[in-house]
Design a protein around this ligand. Structure first.
Ligand code: ZN
Length: 449
């Protein structure tokens, strides 16, 4: 964008430009100041000491206790948890998938969330595309869907295939993992709840091997021993809430969020521990600067929410919406596409709301860009957790998608045993925190939002 265009934009949205010095201060406080090492230090403790945080696990509830204690020590207002009941309770077992004919091979598998247990020994049919199943008979067979990765939305649909194929007589389903790039990596995720047959992801390498053998007309027999199962009762968890109380309009809430639960493999660092650490540091930076300089004291309340049970289908966010119908939430944002430092120009705020608010978000994005944090704004209702509260109430919302938060990077690690703290590079969490601190600070202090 040219300098003239940029200044015109800043003029048009008027008051946003008043905050440019605060945006720069927040960014340097987080990326080159007192808060610089803190988000990674916190993430390491969360991930290394508590492990992955699957709904129903002790790990998750202990991690929530640790986060609440940390937020209280940080000095935030109104730190508390809100219980979320009636959550599905599915436990991964020691699942085995072996080829027993024409040779022995043990597969690398991860059952899909909700998959029932079962012992199956059967011949396979393999399709390269889900649509090809309409042309073949698969009754009594193990169906292998070796469809190449297209995008995550498509992969999510494929993970629910077992529900339909089970009703049509298939014995089990094996899916090529949702992996844009694989180093023999399996990916789990939701999709098989309600299926009567086992459903598991295998590596794309193994899916392709089976496809090649099948196309050479080899007879292939697999043996599945699936121990993963849904418990006959429900479980519960908690959303975590903390605030910086507004000095002038405390009832108007600027909500920024991430999700605290994860899958049971890896450490849940990329999905979404990095988001948790970044949102906390964003609010720490605003709070710390407000102690030094009262101009940083937000006029509206800034509320951090760490939703639980995102992975089972935004269940924590839905419960939060039900419990907070009367809250005056004026803006909601979330980070769940990787808390990576925006480096390239395709780093995006996915924005949902009216055009006047979009111009304000564009002005904030321009301020970030002027501070070497490239950011653009795309209209999109792909909002994740916050969609559930923003859409029904017409609340403007932003979903942060850094350039690495896409198929080329984020989805390599998403829902895998490789989702470790090690994925992050220096600066990732600090710059993500800077993005959210800037957003929350401007919106909490705008005269007219
Ligand atoms: Zn996530």
């Amino acid at each position: 964008m040219s300098a003239i265009l940029l200044s015109l934009l800043v003029l048009r949205v008027g008051s946003i430009s008043e905050f440019s010095w605060q945006t720069s201060r927040l960014i340097s406080h987080l990326t080159n100041g007192p808060e610089t090492r803190e988000p990674l230090r916190f993430l390491e403790e969360l991930c290394d000491d508590y492990g992955p945080r699957q709904v129903g696990s002790k790990n998750l509830e202990k991690a929530i206790d640790f986060v609440v204690k940390t937020l209280r020590n940080d000095g935030f207002d109104n730190v508390h948890t809100e219980k979320v009941d009636d959550l599905p309770y599915w436990i991964r077992g020691e699942d085995k998938v072996e080829m027993i004919y024409p040779r022995h091979h043990k597969f690398n598998v991860l059952a899909v969330d909700g998959s029932p247990s079962g012992f199956v020994e059967a011949e396979v049919v393999v399709v390269r595309s889900y649509g090809d199943l309409t042309r073949i008979s698969y009754s009594g067979k193990i169906v292998v869907i070796a469809e190449p990765y297209y995008n995550y939305g498509r992969s999510w649909q494929l993970r629910s295939a077992a529900r339909v194929l089970g009703d049509r007589g298939a014995a089990a389903v094996l899916l090529a993992s949702a992996a844009p790039l694989s180093l023999y990596t399996t990916h789990t995720g939701s999709g098989a709840r309600g299926s009567r047959i086992p459903s598991l992801s295998i590596t794309t390498e193994e899916a392709e091997m089976l496809a090649r053998m099948y196309e050479r007309k080899k007879r292939i027999v697999l043996r599945l021993d699936v121990r993963s199962r849904e418990m006959p009762y429900k479980t519960s968890s908690r959303n975590v809430v903390f605030e910086i109380k507004g000095s002038k309009k405390p009832k108007e809430v600027v909500l920024i969020s991430a999700h605290i639960d994860s899958w049971d493999v890896g450490q849940g660092a990329v999905d979404d521990g990095g988001g948790i650490a970044s949102i906390r540091s964003a609010m720490r930076a605003i709070r710390e600067l407000s102690i030094e300089d009262s101009r940083f004291r937000p006029e509206r309340t800034i509320r951090g929410v760490f939703f639980t049970a995102e992975e089972q289908g935004y269940m924590g966010a839905r419960a939060y919406d039900d419990a907070h119908k009367d809250d005056n939430i004026i803006f909601a944002a979330e980070t769940d596409m990787g808390a990576f430092r925006p480096r390239l120009r395709n780093s995006t705020f996915r924005f949902m709301g009216d055009s006047r608010q979009q111009r304000k978000i564009e002005a904030i994005a321009a301020q970030l860009t002027a501070n070497q944090i490239p950011m653009r704004v795309n209209y999109s209702d792909a909002q994740g957790d916050v969609y559930n509260l923003a859409q029904p109430r017409n609340i403007p919302a932003v979903n942060f998608v850094p350039d690495k938060g896409d198929d080329n990077f984020y989805f390599r690690y998403h829902h895998t045993a490789a989702d470790y703290v090690s994925v992050f590079e220096e600066g990732d969490l600090e710059y993500t925190a800077a993005v959210f601190a800037s957003l929350a600070n401007v919106i909490a202090n705008q005269d007219r939002w």
